[in-house]
Design a protein around this ligand. Sequence first.
Ligand code: PEP
Ligand code: MG
Length: 285
Amino acid sequence: ARYGPEGIGLLRTEAYFLEEADEEGDRVIGHNQRRFLERAAELAGKNVLTVRLYDVGGDKMASQAGEELNPALGWRGVRVLLSRPGLLRQQLELIISTLEPFPCDTQLLIPMVSGVEEVVSVRKMMDEICRDKKLTPVKLGVMVEVPSAVMLAGDLSKHADFMSIGTNDLTQYMLAADRGNASVKSSYNPVHPAVWRIIDQLIKTCKAHNTPLSVCGELASKPDAALILAGMGINALSMSGPSIPEVKKRLRSHTLELLKNKALHILECSTTEEVNTVLQSLNEG
Ligand code: PEP
Ligand code: MG
């Protein structure tokens, strides 16, 4: 909180996955996650608190998925949640009931969405829980990390209250480069021209559908990239605390008009070298 954020754009909950999966009974299940959510809500005050549902599998707690040849393309994110409905139900109820008394603007984020059906299923479950337990449903958002979610963004907009771009995974799936594999480190490039273009496509679709859109991947915390995102029309960036002051300072030192111009230049680039030249130019003058 001391770095001056306006809300919490991405609260990861994976650390509590095993606790929830534990079948020791109600007394133990959820206790630590409840405390964690309460603490986050205290810090968020009246601002937004975006809680991501468990995103396990892939690079996170891969052992849960067992042996997989391509874990990043395997049993992870919302696929895990929907194949274990009891677990999803438990987490949804825990989050919504814990946060209901707080004044924060609670939002739920679904990880690794690749199609409309996944969002419809999670919403259906949230609505059922809220009806049964007399709770108020909260905003439900799509984490855009898979290119198919960008292609379907207009359709997803009809079922989601907001979207947030997870640039770490979007880069990985856009460029077919494993984010955790050192051998393809140079191919995993978050400022690749194609990454900027897919982000721009999503921004335009969300704008046309009046769907709020933020960026919660690492790209948002890189000051030059954050300036370009702002120039493209993004007005909510989520990052780790220590990055906030520098990004704010840089955003305040440029006019939006200049940033829009630089964003147009980025979209014309066909190589990373050209992209880097435009990013570098933001540090001149
Ligand atoms: C992302 O993919 O950009 C993201 C924020 O999620 P994570 O890094 O936890 O996969
Ligand atoms: Mg991700």
